[in-house]
Design a protein around this ligand. Structure first.
Ligand code: UD2
Length: 325
C-alpha cells in the first residue's frame, strides 16, 4: 500500500512535493480543483501521476480517492490573509469544511497518516520571537482562524478516531512555480516579477514587518520527515527556516542581486497583517530531524533563475496531464 495522495498537488508547494514522492518510488494521486493550482506545474511528471480534478468541498468525490491511501498530504486551501477578509465565505468553506472532509475521508477510508499544511498566521502577534509551538495563539484574520481550526480538527481526529495526523505550520513559503499573477500572491513572487519587469513594487505598511521566508524544498523535506517519524500523531510543528527579514531588507537584497535601483512604493498596511514572524525550529529539529538547507539569498537566487527562464514562456497548447475525474 504505497499510494500517496496530495491535495493541492498542482500548486507550487504541492507539485514540488509530488516530484520528490515520485523520485522515492511512490504512486502519487493528486487532488486539485485547479483554482490556484495549475497543471503546467506537473507537466514533466504528467505520465507518472493520476490527477483528479476534485474540489475538497465535494466529499462524495473526494472520499474514494483518499480511501486506502498510505499517506495523505493535505495542502489544498484558499490561501491569503487579504483574500479571506474580502471573500470570507469560499475561504471558510474550503479551508474549514474542505479540511474536515479530508480528515473524515481518511478515517472512513482507513487511510494512513494525514500531514496537514497549517499556517504561521495562527500565532498572530506574539510578545516573543521566535514563535514556538507551545505559545498561545491569537489568529488575527479569517484565514488564520481557518488554518488553526484545521490543526485542532487534525489533533481531535487523532485523539478520537485514532487517525494519525501531523500539522505543520508553514512560514511564508516561496520558490519556483509560485504564481505571481494575483494581488493575493505571496509577496516574494510579486517582488521577483517586479524585479524582472523592472517595475517598482508596492509595500503595504512601512516595510519593517518581517517574515521567516522559507524555501519550498526545505518545506517539502520537512513534510516527508513528518510523514515518516514515529510517535508524533496529533502534534504540530513549525515549518520555517528560523530567520526573519523585513520587506525593506528583502527588496534591497533583490535590487542588489539584479543591480537595479527601483525604490518601492508605500501604501497603507493591510488589515489582518501580522507584524513579525519567525519560527522556533527546536521541536522540528529535535523530533523530526529538520535541517533547513537554504538561506533566503540562496532561495531567492534559485527562484529568480526559474522565473527568468519561465516568465516569458508561451502558454503550452496542451498541458499533457490527463484528468481522471
Ligand atoms: C501568511 C502566513 C504564511 C502563509 C500565507 C498564505 C503570516 C505571518 N504568514 O502570509 O505563513 O500561511 O499567509 O497566504 O501570517 N505585501 C506587500 N506587497 C505585496 C504583497 C504583500 O507589501 O504586493 C506584504 C503583506 O502586507 C505582508 C507581507 O508582504 O506584510 C507578506 O504578505 P504575503 O501575502 O506574502 O504573506 P503573509 O505574511 O500574509
Amino acid at each position: 500500500m504505497n499510494r500517496y495522495v496530495v491535495t493541492g498537488g498542482a500548486g507550487f508547494i504541492g507539485s514540488a512535493l509530488v516530484r520528490v514522492l515520485l523520485a522515492r518510488g511512490h504512486r502519487v494521486h493528486v487532488i486539485d480543483n485547479l483554482s490556484t493550482g495549475n497543471l503546467d506545474n506537473l507537466e514533466e511528471v504528467a505520465d507518472e501521476i493520476t490527477v483528479h480534478e476534485i474540489d475538497i468541498r465535494d466529499y462524495d468525490r473526494l472520499a474514494p480517492v483518499i480511501a486506502g491511501a498510505a499517506r495523505v498530504f493535505h495542502l489544498a486551501a484558499i490561501p491569503s490573509v487579504p483574500k479571506s477578509i474580502q471573500h470570507p465565505v469560499p475561504s471558510h468553506d474550503a479551508n474549514i469544511n474542505g479540511t474536515f472532509n479530508v480528515l473524515r475521508a481518511a478515517v472512513e477510508g482507513k487511510a494512513g497518516r494525514v500531514i496537514y499544511a497549517g499556517s504561521s498566521s495562527a500565532y498572530g502577534e506574539t510578545e516573543k520571537l521566535p514563535k514556538s509551538e507551545g505559545m498561545a495563539v491569537e489568529p488575527k484574520s479569517p484565514y488564520a482562524v481557518q488554518k488553526l481550526l484545521g490543526e485542532y480538527y487534525a489533533t481531535a481526529f487523532s485523539e478520537c478516531y485514532g487517525l494519525e495526523t501531523v500539522s505543520l505550520r508553514f512560514f511564508n513559503v516561496f520558490g519556483p512555480r509560485q504564481d505571481p499573477s494575483s494581488p493575493y500572491s505571496g509577496v516574494l513572487s510579486i517582488f521577483l516579477k517586479c524585479l524582472l519587469e523592472r517595475r517598482r513594487p508596492t509595500i503595504f505598511g512601512d516595510g519593517e514587518q518581517s517574515r521567516d521566508f522559507t524555501y519550498v524544498e526545505d518545506v517539502v523535506d520537512l513534510m516527508l520527515k513528518a510523514s515518516e517519524a514515529p510517535g508524533i500523531s496529533g502534534k504540530r510543528f513549525n515549518a520555517g527556516n528560523g530567520n526573519r527579514y523585513t520587506l525593506n531588507e528583502t527588496w534591497a537584497l533583490l535590487q542588489r542581486l539584479e543591480g537595479v535601483d527601483l525604490p518601492a512604493i508605500y501604501a497603507p498596511r493591510r488589515p489582518g497583517d501580522v507584524s513579525h514572524s519567525q519560527a522556533d525550529t527546536t521541536a522540528a529539529v529535535r523530533e523530526l530531524g529538520h535541517k533547513p538547507r537554504f538561506t533566503l539569498e540562496e532561495g531567492l537566487r534559485l527562484t529568480l533563475q526559474w522565473y527568468r527562464a519561465h516568465m516569458n514562456e508561451e502558454e503550452p497548447e496542451e498541458a499533457g496531464v490527463k484528468l481522471v475525474s
